[in-house]
Design a protein around this ligand. Structure first.
Ligand code: GLY
Length: 558
């Protein structure tokens, strides 16, 4: 008896705090808006789990950050459940309406009509976000949907103050929104972009959220709200039907998994391109000793990896329910080794020398990401979007539902760039009911001692930002460092390394140019990363928001 007690005590001593801390006790939420962070923290403090909090945060963001995500949009929620070590991606991506056609944005001359593709009802896919909230609550949450939507309903009813981000992004879209007075009445102050502090109330959205809270899926996708959505979209040239809405389905997807130097990545699967691309880049660079490299070598090597992987993104990736993605090949170490042999450390390989002819350029900096965890060790990494700022800039009357313009994430014609210059091929062509390719890359990384929850908005750059953050985590740094580090990016076409200001000094830029790189310095920042780190040895939890926008917020609680 005494011997087994001693053995148990020794075992406890041996397992020590690392084992004890597998349930952190602490919880954390990091989002793009303090009111959304608070909504999530309140749910956790009332005993809800991480998945409950994810619903509350998503719905609150839909109200207070309408530029970036919303009930009229979609997203990916990457979940990790501690009790059975189970991970899954909830795919609430928008779908093309059944009447969508491959050439629907082409004019008589065969040119893409950019206005139709991004502004108003025809630009909108069938929303997935509200179905995903209901699904999350029903399958993974522990609280009633109505309780989880209550903070969002309150914010929609009573309003929230305009902040710098709301104002800056509305400046890009106000001229379009003014085409629909009933929409601009909600989001603007008369015909003007509102001042900081102006109160935005959304009573129609509060009503729609209440229908969802009371009736679940049917409250949005059937009945009164669905009828208003269909009437409102069709009145403005849209093609939605009641069947499109009633037929929307959330999909559970197996996440993409990768390992890198003893760290396990769990990340977004198609219809996101992010997880495959991140895994490919890590496979390519794994044999190199990044820590021993100077910054020029490091930027050169990573840019060469980015270049090759973005080419594959353009060629192979699309909705996995419609196209055969060669996932096994793309993730194979042998394929990565083949790509690696084409990298020279003293010379950039021009993108034109790699087969294929896309002409890619950056996507939107919109979209939103949040990271959170509960005291039981359940984790959520979620990236949500309406595509361009304020989506299609149109809300069907009486719904408060600002529509996404996600249809522009399809390739409207082979080789034709979308709003941000991204082109695609057959894999991402428009087809009825198909999901458009995304770059959203919610990611969870488990190391020997620490776990990271990470992601960001930023269009095509999401993928490289997440990879740089993951590498910084693996270098031993914490979330404050991942979210604030200067960023660089290469996406095959245009054939250039783009830099945030202050990423490299002039000597380093010259050294890269000497190796044959075109280097372009962007006047503005990109991304809005929100991240959480759990040190499983000490049990300590840290959360951080991106300093690039003032409105971000991160909280840790006991
Ligand atoms: N709309 C941006 C994305 O899904 O990647």
């Amino acid at each position: 008896m005494m011997r087994s007690l001693i053995c148990a005590a020794l075992l406890l001593l041996f397992l020590g705090p690392a084992h004890a801390a597998e349930k952190p006790g602490q919880h954390a939420v990091a989002t793009a808006h303090e009111l959304a962070t608070r909504a999530g923290m309140d749910i956790l403090e009332r005993g809800g789990n991480a998945f409950d909090a994810a619903v509350a945060v998503s719905a609150a963001l839909a109200v207070v950050e309408p530029a970036s995500s919303g009930i009229g949009g979609g997203g990916f929620w990457l979940l990790h459940r501690a009790e059975d070590d189970f991970s899954v991606m909830i795919d609430g991506r928008e779908t093309a309406p059944a009447a969508a056609e491959r050439d629907m944005y082409l004019d008589d001359e065969g040119e893409v009509d950019r206005d139709l593709a991004i502004n108003g009802a025809l630009a909108a896919g069938i929303p997935g976000a509200p179905a995903a909230w209901v699904y999350l609550a029903e399958h993974y949450g522990s609280m009633e949907l109505a309780e989880l939507l209550a903070p969002a309903i309150e914010l929609a009813e009573n309003g929230f103050p305009v902040d710098q981000k709301y104002q800056t992004l509305l400046n890009f879209r106000a001229h379009v929104m003014l085409r629909w007075p009933e929409t601009s009445e909600i989001f603007m102050d008369g015909e003007d972009v509102p001042e900081i502090g102006y109160n935005i109330r959304q009573p129609d959205l509060a009503h729609t959220l209440r229908r969802l809270a009371e009736e679940g899926f049917d409250g949005f996708y059937k009945g009164e709200v669905a009828e208003r959505l269909v009437d409102g979209t069709r009145a403005e040239g849209g093609i939605w039907t009641l069947e499109d809405l009633a037929g929307y389905q959330v999909v559970e997807r197996e996440p993409i998994r990768a390992t890198y130097r003893g760290y396990e990545l769990i990340t977004a699967s198609p219809p996101s391109s992010g997880g495959i691309a991140i895994a490919q880049m890590l496979n390519i660079i794994e044999p190199f000793d990044l820590a021993a490299m100077d910054q020029v070598d490091r930027v050169h090597l990573l840019s060469e990896a980015m270049r090759r992987v973005y080419r594959d993104r353009a060629l192979y990736l699309g909705d996995p329910d419609f196209v055969d993605i060669p996932t096994e090949m793309l993730l194979s170490p042998h394929y990565a080794a083949g790509l690696r042999t084409t990298i020279r450390m003293d010379r950039a390989l021009p993108s034109a020398a790699l087969a294929a002819d896309p002409d890619l350029a950056p996507e939107s900096d919109n979209t939103t990401h949040f990271s959170l965890m509960d005291g039981a060790g359940n984790l959520v990494s979620a990236t949500l979007t309406v595509n361009l700022p304020y989506g299609a800039a149109y809300a069907p009357p009486g719904t408060g539902v600002l529509l996404n313009n996600e249809m522009d994430d399809f390739s409207a014609a082979p080789g034709e760039p979308n709003a941000y210059g991204l082109i695609g091929f057959a894999a991402n062509a428009i087809e009825p009911d198909k999901r458009m390719l995304s770059s959203m890359s919610p990611t969870i990384v488990k190391g020997p001692e620490r776990t990271a929850i990470i992601g960001t908005p930023g269009g095509a750059r999401i993928i490289t930002m997440v990879m740089l953050g993951v590498l910084d985590f693996i270098d031993g740094n914490g979330p404050e460092s991942w979210v604030s580090m200067p960023r660089f990016h290469h996406q095959y076409q245009p054939d250039e390394i783009s830099l945030e200001r202050d990423t490299l000094d002039s000597e380093q830029i010259e050294a890269l140019e000497h190796r044959g790189h075109e280097v372009s310095i962007r006047g503005r920042t990109w991304g809005n990363m929100h991240a959480v780190m759990w040190d499983r040895r000490s049990g300590q939890v840290e959360a951080a928001h991106d300093p690039r926008w003032e409105s971000g917020s991160a909280e840790v609680g006991d």
